[in-house]
Design a protein. Structure first.
Length: 397
């Protein structure tokens, strides 16, 4: 095993009472608890004999991380209740993901409609975005993991729509992590949904160019913020926070950003947050000219952009908020299976539940299995970008 993250359900038992599947975290030496170098489940009788041979009379066992068949966990009624709770949790996740899909489709449709209307010169009606923002906040409060899994399902041809929704969702999730009040979350979400609205005026060939922009093309691309300012000025009922999120996501702390070259304290916290989430979501998205990065690789880039471009303290808070292996991301386990990070509630970053579906070793799909890394000898080897796989993982979300 690679580490020892204990649950609160740890007991001391005699070595004579050890059984296969029990998760040993420490030994009792001279009436003191001593952590062992390689904690883990007992797989062979030899391990028990070795403890006895070394005159270890008592050991500490983590019940939660022990196998269900080792005899520590109550059978009968309690196990049926436990399985009922698991089924209930699955049903809840399924229903919440269905709601998240519905919300995502609604938001996409709204953004598409508003972009079309704005292109035709029609003013934006803020209240419709506030309704979507309210639903998004409810989704995050109820089960952010459900929305994370759905938002991980991205298509290259719908980047602009999905990016706007994901930026809004990330801002709400990040804001909740920072304990910001609900009204501020709502205003940030509206700004996130609208943050790329100026791109409707950008030349399509430049907007969708499959390669690096020339200096002239980049100057044209930067005009989307000028167009956004014009749109914001004509939009009634839009809060200053929403405008800031829209107009500050390309600013830099050293004053070298655009459109206004703002510097340091001229960029408020919500503006700094928008810079971080905009870059992170762009890096982890597939585009016509690049594959998606894993979140871990994107985090390295975010850190490299501190402190001159991005706020260093907020970047580290964002990494804590999202997690090294966010729900919905792909990971490779130590047995070379690939899976989706499925659940991380109440867990440390390295021990989520992973929904495995593919083997890199055998280059084939496997039986879909939920692997609880708190109860397994396996560990995460690395994050995986979807483009590096020879198969499409979308059917398993």
């Amino acid at each position: 095993m690679n580490d020892s993250v204990e649950s609160s359900n740890v007991i001391k038992i005699p070595t004579d009472k050890l059984a296969l599947g029990m998760f040993v975290t420490a030994i009792d030496h001279q009436q003191s608890k001593v952590a062992i170098r390689n904690p883990g489940q007992i797989k062979h009788r030899d391990a028990i004999l070795k403890l006895k041979k070394n005159n270890i009379l008592l050991v500490w066992v983590d019940i939660d991380r022990s196998s269900d068949t080792c005899g520590l966990k109550k059978a009968g009624k309690s196990s049926s209740v436990s399985s009922l709770l698991v089924r209930k949790a699955t049903v809840t996740r399924d229903s919440q993901q269905a709601q998240a899909k519905k919300l995502l489709a609604e938001a996409k449709g709204l953004i598409q409609k508003v972009m079309s209307e704005t292109f035709s010169g029609k003013a934006i009606e803020v209240n419709q975005f506030e309704d979507v923002a309210d639903k998004m906040i409810e989704s995050v409060m109820d089960d952010a993991d459900a929305f994370k899994c759905i938002s991980a399902l991205r298509t290259k041809d719908a980047y602009l729509l999905e990016h706007s929704i994901n930026v809004a969702f990330l801002l709400v999730t990040f804001g909740k992590h920072l304990k910001l009040d609900r009204e501020l979350l709502k205003q940030m979400a509206v700004g996130g949904i609208l943050h790329d609205i100026g791109k409707i005026q950008v030349d399509n060939e430049i907007l969708h160019k499959p390669g690096k922009l020339t200096p002239e093309e980049f100057e044209h691309m930067k005009l989307h913020q000028v167009y956004a300012m014009e749109i914001m000025n004509e939009t009634k009922g839009l809060s200053q926070v929403s405008k800031d999120v829209c107009l500050m996501h390309h600013e830099k702390l050293d004053g070298r950003g655009y459109p206004n070259g703002l510097k340091d304290e001229q960029i408020p916290q919500h503006g700094r947050m928008s810079c971080i989430v905009d870059i992170f979501d762009a890096l982890t998205a597939s585009r016509c000219y690049k594959e998606a990065m894993s979140p871990a690789a994107a985090f390295k880039i975010l850190i490299s952009l501190t402190p001159f471009h991005l706020d260093q303290k907020l970047v580290y808070e964002f990494i804590r908020c999202v997690g090294i292996y966010p729900v919905g991301s792909l990971v490779q386990l130590s047995d070379e299976r690939v899976g989706i990070v499925w659940d991380s509630k109440g867990r440390d970053a390295l021990h989520p539940v992973v929904k495995c579906f593919y083997s890199i070793k055998y280059k084939r799909y496997t039986e879909v299995t939920m692997v609880d890394l708190l109860k397994s000898e396996l560990h995460i080897e690395r994050g995986v970008s979807p483009g590096s796989l020879d198969v499409d993982p979308s059917q398993f979300y």
